[in-house]
Design a protein around this ligand. Structure first.
Ligand code: PLP
Length: 386
């Protein structure tokens, strides 16, 4: 990736920052502070410490022996983000951003959440670092995700239901940005995916790149060579960009993002501006961001990170869709074959790897990024299968 382009927050034509001037000032300061601390040896050491002692890194790159046999093709390896504390990759980014917030002297952390997973990761990290935590959540979403609201409150966070607009994620984002502009002197906005205006996509990638930093060393140690393909699910794109990061400059490694066929931002989106940045967006007939629906709440977003948009149009990465039926089948197959119940989001990556396997040779290698564990989804799948 061209360093200059990345520094300005552009990935080809995508990314950037399309926000009101008062917010731009706050983001420019954030950007300056991020670049200042990112390579600071003490900051890096502190981050490494908490990733090891609190998140539980490094996590394994597990050889999925039975899945490999069942599918009859390439060797399948699973990168085990599901084994992190709180059960998914989101904590990598939450810890990274909180450490930056501390360096910047922030006293309050604010975040928005839709299904609640990012809110829980943020509330967890705030409890750990004794920071005040305010989570904005659409009023409608607080009703649908009552258990996650309770989790956040258990962790000491204040959950603020947003009644404005439709009481959904978009309205919660607006409230959070409003809060940030009013309180930027002591407040840090912790964003959960590789989306939003600069510097968020670059920052979130930086903190999630640990996934491929580890997997690359692990596969070299186990197999003595790079994988032939890396497969990850894409919602906003943070686990996928983290899983791809250290392979982007390795042209022999295929990078494949997998989205639900009901929210195919990358396969069917068009360049447009959403939430303050430019990316591939699914639009309806009126040119508005389309209402998407996915059985995996974490993948339910009409846009996608700007770097994925760029990787798609340049052809460096491929993007594919899978159906709900394929996802549910893979959710069960991985559980039975390997004793690992995946998050419904992660089951999208597994489902595509299953389709990819027969097109590859037995001497080849696929790494599937298992972004999270499925405990949170068991009841939903039970209802769907009944
Ligand atoms: C939130 C979430 C995702 C989707 O977010 P990305 O930013 O696209 O990674 C995927 N998997 C799990 C387990 C999640 O919790």
């Amino acid at each position: 990736m061209d360093q200059q382009l990345q520094q300005e927050g552009y990935f080809g034509e995508f990314g950037g920052s399309f926000v009101p001037p008062e917010l731009q000032e706050v983001l420019s300061y954030l950007s300056e502070q991020f670049y200042k601390f990112r390579d600071d040896p003490e900051f890096k050491e502190e981050l490494r410490y908490y990733l090891r002692e609190y998140v539980g890194r490094e996590n394994p790159l597990t050889y999925a022996e039975r899945l490999t046999k069942l599918w009859g093709g390439p060797k399948i390896y699973l990168k085990r983000e599901d084994l992190n504390h709180t059960g998914a990759h989101k904590i990598n980014n939450a810890i990274g951003q909180i450490l930056l917030a501390k360096r910047m002297g922030a006293k309050r952390i604010i975040a928005e959440t839709g299904a609640g997973q990012h809110g829980v990761a943020t509330a967890t990290a705030c409890a750990m670092f004794n920071m005040e935590c305010i989570i904005y959540m659409g009023a409608e979403d607080t009703r649908r995700q009552a258990l996650n609201v309770f989790r956040m409150e258990l962790l000491g966070a204040t959950v603020v239901p947003v009644h404005k607009g439709q009481g959904r994620l978009k309205d919660a984002v607006d409230e959070a940005l409003d809060d940030l502009v009013r309180n930027y002197k002591n407040t840090f906005y912790l964003l959960g995916s590789a989306v939003g205006p600069h510097p968020f996509p670059t920052m979130v990638k930086h903190f999630q790149a640990i996934i491929s930093e580890e997997s690359k060393l692990q596969i070299m140690e186990k197999e003595g060579r790079l994988p032939d393909a890396v497969v990850a699910c894409t919602g906003g794109g943070s686990n996928a960009i983290g899983a791809f990061a250290h392979y982007i400059d390795e042209p022999t490694v295929r990078l494949i993002g997998v989205e639900p066929d009901q929210a195919p931002s990358l396969t069917q989106g068009v360049p447009s501006i959403i939430h303050g940045f430019k990316c591939l967006v699914l639009l309806d007939e009126e040119g508005q961001p389309k209402k998407t629906y996915s059985i995996a709440a974490g993948l339910d977003y009409p846009g996608i990170g700007p770097e994925h948009s760029h990787l798609k149009v340049t052809g460096r990465a491929e993007y594919a869709t899978v159906t709900n039926e394929e996802v549910l089948e893979s959710f069960q197959e991985l559980s039975r074959a390997e004793g690992i119940i995946p998050a419904l989001e992660s089951a999208h990556a597994v489902a595509y790897a299953k389709k990819l396997a027969p097109t590859m040779g037995q001497d080849q290698i696929i790494i599937v990024n298992l972004s999270g564990r499925g405990d949170k989804d068991v009841e939903q799948v039970y209802q769907m299968l009944k």
